[in-house]
Ligand binder design. Structure first.
Ligand code: NAD
Length: 298
């Protein structure tokens, strides 16, 4: 079995590392937040106090961080991965980050003699817990093939999306589509309620009808309807509004560079911005329902 270094033990990193431990690997895990490390240790992760300790002797290092700025810091700063890992160690960033940061990490890693893969994921916390995430991998054929052998216990699907930053490209487009579907679901949930429909009955109808979608089935924004929804738990994430706001922003920034106008993505971004401005960016993204019905319960 292998030794895996892991940096970033938040909502996703925690269950992902738990599956690597279950598969028999030794996982040395670090997070800036002590309680995140303690929680991961309950699932068998070996808790460490620095990036240097996390990467020492690792066959592969994974990072699962909020944004590009965090990933740049973790890889590039003096106490970071490139300064402390062995160049034989394969590096995989599974955070969802902007293209510029992803390209910069590929370039800086190569300059320092490392192999680097961008490998963002889809499937949310439920997919992370179940070990059924979809991984979208960007890098060389050989590096992606090697990364897949470690990723397997965390994944339902693994795709070689293309060369450097191609994983991020696929992920950003996917999340833009997800956010647009979710906006439809929150509007539908409120309208169904106002029409007097029982939410569970409507859910049962829509999930086998043409209104079906992943956020409908997984994130229905009314409590007591579907087990996996953050609405059952006061909109505790799940997938935080701040992260979706970031992802749709990345899609819009990318679209601008291509001269594309994406009206639905702009609308959802404005709806997410409303939650951020109201100080609700820490709630799950399905709290978008609060823009339609301020009294929506979660
Ligand atoms: P999170 O905020 O719960 O976890 C990120 C962790 O990184 C935090 O515990 C934080 O303390 C840690 N961190 C930040 N800077 C650090 C540093 N310098 N050193 C060590 N640790 C550091 O976020 P998450 O929900 O786990 O998401 C992680 C990434 O995965 C994001 O890019 C997100 O967009 C993406 N993602 C999330 C989901 C989801 O459903 N939550 C789904 C798919 C992809």
């Amino acid at each position: 079995m292998s030794t895996i270094g892991w940096v970033g033990l938040g909502n996703m990193g925690r269950p992902m590392t738990a599956n690597l431990v279950k598969a028999g690997h030794t996982v040395n895990g670090f997070d800036l937040v002590e309680i995140a490390v303690e929680e991961a240790a309950k699932h068998g992760v070996n808790p460490v106090k620095s990036i240097a300790e996390a990467v020492a002797g690792a066959d592969i290092v994974f990072t699962m961080l909020p944004k590009g700025e965090h990933a740049r810091a973790v890889y590039l700063e003096a106490d970071g991965v490139l300064a402390h890992a062995d160049t034989k160690t394969l590096l995989v960033d599974s955070s969802t980050i902007d293209f510029d940061s992803a390209r910069a990490l590929h370039a800086e890693a190569a300059k320092a003699g490392f192999r680097f893969v961008d490998g963002p994921v889809s499937g949310g916390v439920t997919g992370a817990e179940a070990g059924t995430l979809t991984f979208m991998l960007g890098g060389t054929e050989e590096d992606v093939a090697e990364a897949k052998t470690f990723i397997e216990p965390m994944a339902g699907n693994m795709f070689h999306a293309g060369g450097e930053a191609a994983g991020q490209a696929a992920k950003i487009v996917n999340n833009m589509m997800l956010s647009i579907s979710l906006q439809g679901v929150v509007e539908g949930a409120v309208l169904a309620d106002r029409f007097g429909l029982d939410p569970k009955v409507f859910y049962d109808i829509a999930t086998v009808s043409s209104g079906d979608s992943w956020p409908l089935r997984t994130w229905y924004p009314v409590p007591g309807v579907t087990e996996t929804a953050a609405s059952n738990n006061s909109f505790k994430p799940g997938f935080a509004t701040a992260l979706m706001h970031k992802d749709v922003g990345l899609a819009l920034a990318g679209a601008e560079t291509q001269g594309l106008d994406l009206p639905a993505a702009q609308l959802v971004h404005a709806q997410l911005q409303k939650l951020v401005d109201a100080g609700l960016e820490g709630l799950d993204t399905s709290a978008l329902i609060k823009n339609i019905d301020a009294k929506a319960e979660g």
